[in-house]
Design a binder for this molecule. Structure first.
Ligand code: NAD
Length: 493
């Protein structure tokens, strides 16, 4: 039986058990069995972590000493590199990554994203010249200074934990903030390793802290409501994102929210690769547990029957080649938890009740093991008003919706409360014009890769606000302060 190292908290420079000594089991999605224990942080632990981060921000040179920050983040990155194999093990046994997926979205993409942050860091405009302007008969020189926001509470989900943790922690530290990382209860190990390696890298006490617990909300709510925390950077569900905005209002918390999605892939009738474009829409990678996955496939009514046949063939070819933890070729494993499996199943039942046609899949698969296996599933004859077309299922369930013409495709893509990502495939100019008109944070045209650590990622509408990654992702953790003085006086050093 696989075991992972127990997950410890990291507070004020120390790797620790919880103050009460309590732990909780971390469950493998493959087996349904515990793989390790994690410290169950108490309110006192969270309070200590916030105090440490506040102190480190207010009383050390962390926010102003850029060279020190960059040197430590390089050292930290090297330690993550040395632990690459362990990161992969954690992604497999905690997050349920299949071996064929682990070195893409989970480890490689996350570490590449870190390198991208380091590479774009030089492009952050720390000081901006706003020129001179006459006001009340006198000329004034103005400059803007970018400064770290302060203490950041980084609250993250379980689906691609390393990627999201790096997205927040590295950007906030580069910007000069101090951080309290709060990973999901399902994946504490991929948070705990940030503490362990921060200690090894020699970070100053309190600059980075990691807390987690069995209760999904306790530590997060403390971060959101505590006046000592300046900014909440949250990735997770839209429901919790809304609650964070509400609860953060009392302390006028600055919030940065990366939430759910129900992105559309539009395949145009003139696509030179129509069969490939339809077939690759199969929602199987990491069992569909990605915020930016294109979980609504929009195909022209004129080629709907053809698209169905293509999908039937593609799913048939994929067959039962998923769900084996030892198979390096598998890109799909279990979903994260029993709760998630039941939730996905309830959406499949709902789809049938709503009148959609189940083309493939639809079943829980206990024969795959004691974990949380649910088949690749595809619904056709779906209308966009059905709940399976509107709500985020976060599992391997694709819905296929027919459209009349380009206007109809754009309308359907936009008739969603979400606006995270999407795609359009077809002749270039037509596809670009459609991509411009879909209200999302990113659109992939003919499979163009729109997610990368050197460009911003984020959503609009119910998919959230703010941008992660790229220069914008670092600037998210800064504020701009203006200095102005009458012309003729020397510029302050
Ligand atoms: P979730 O919202 O249930 O939990 C996310 C995090 O919030 C966890 O750490 C959880 O412990 C914490 N939390 C729960 N209740 C809280 C509260 N009341 N106050 C503060 N924190 C609280 O989401 P999840 O189930 O872990 O992840 C799946 C969701 O994440 C999906 O909706 C998915 O679309 C979204 N997601 C979005 C992105 C993106 O970049 N937009 C990326 C990955 C995942």
């Amino acid at each position: 039986m696989t075991t992972l190292p127990d997950a410890k908290l990291f507070i004020d420079g120390k790797l620790r058990d919880s103050s009460g000594g309590a732990t909780f089991d971390v469950i493998s999605p493959w087996t349904g069995e515990p793989v390790c224990k994690a410290a169950d942080a108490t309110a006192a632990d969270v309070n200590e972590a916030i105090a440490a981060a506040r102190r480190a921000f207010d009383t050390t040179d962390w926010s102003t000493n850029v060279e020190k920050r960059v040197a430590l983040l390089k050292r930290y990155r090297e330690l993550f590199e040395k632990n690459r194999a362990r990161l992969g093990e954690l992604a497999i046994h905690e997050a349920g990554a299949a071996q064929g997926a682990v070195n893409r979205a989970h480890v490689d993409m996350a570490l590449d994203g870190w390198d991208d942050y380091m590479a774009v860091f030089d492009k952050v405009e720390w000081e901006k010249d706003y020129g001179e302007k006459e006001t009340f008969g006198r000329m004034h020189k103005r400059i803007g200074l970018r400064e770290a926001v302060g203490v950041v509470g980084a609250i993250t989900p379980w689906n691609v934990p390393l990627y999201v943790n790096i997205g927040k922690v590295v950007a906030a530290l580069l910007a000069g903030c101090t951080v309290i990382l709060k990973p999901a209860p399902d994946t504490p190990g991929l948070g705990a390793i940030f503490g362990e390696l921060a200690q090894e890298a020699g970070f100053p006490e309190g600059v980075i802290n990691v807390v987690f617990g069995a209760d999904p909300a306790l530590a997060g709510e403390m971060l959101v409501t505590d006046p000592r925390v300046d900014l909440i950077s949250f990735t997770g569900s839209t429901g919790v994102g809304k609650r964070i905005m509400e609860q953060g209002a009392a302390t006028l918390k600055r919030v940065f929210l990366e939430l759910g999605g129900k992105s559309a892939k539009i395949v145009l009738d003139d696509s030179p690769n129509f069969a490939m474009d339809v077939a690759t829409a199969m929602l199987v990678f990491h069992a569909g547990q990605g915020c930016a996955v294109q979980s609504r496939l929009l195909v022209p009514k004129s080629r709907y029957e053809e698209a169905k046949a293509i999908l039937q063939g593609a799913y048939g070819k994929f067959g039962d080649n998923w769900g084996d933890v030892d198979n390096p070729g598998h890109i799909m494993g279990p979903v994260i938890s029993r709760r998630q499996m039941e939730r996905v199943k309830s959406y499949i039942d709902l789809g049938k009740e709503e009148g959609a046609t189940l083309l493939v899949g639809g079943n829980i698969r206990p024969d795959k093991g004691g974990g949380y296996f649910i088949e690749p599933t595809c619904f056709v004859d779906v209308t966009n008003d059905m709940r399976i077309a509107q709500e985020e299922i976060f599992g391997p369930v694709l819905v296929v919706i027919p459209y009349e013409d380009d206007e109809d495709a754009i309308r359907i893509a936009n008739e969603s409360s979400y606006g995270l990502s999407g795609g359009v495939s077809g002749s270039h100019d037509r596809a670009i014009n459609i991509a411009r008109r879909v209200r999302t944070g990113s659109m992939s045209v003919n499979d163009g890769m729109c997610i990368s650590g050197d460009i911003p990622f984020g959503g609009c509408k119910a998919s959230g606000m703010g941008r992660e990654w790229g220069v914008e992702g670092i600037e998210e953790y800064t504020d701009v302060k203006i200095l102005a003085w009458p012309v003729g006086q020397a510029q302050p050093a």
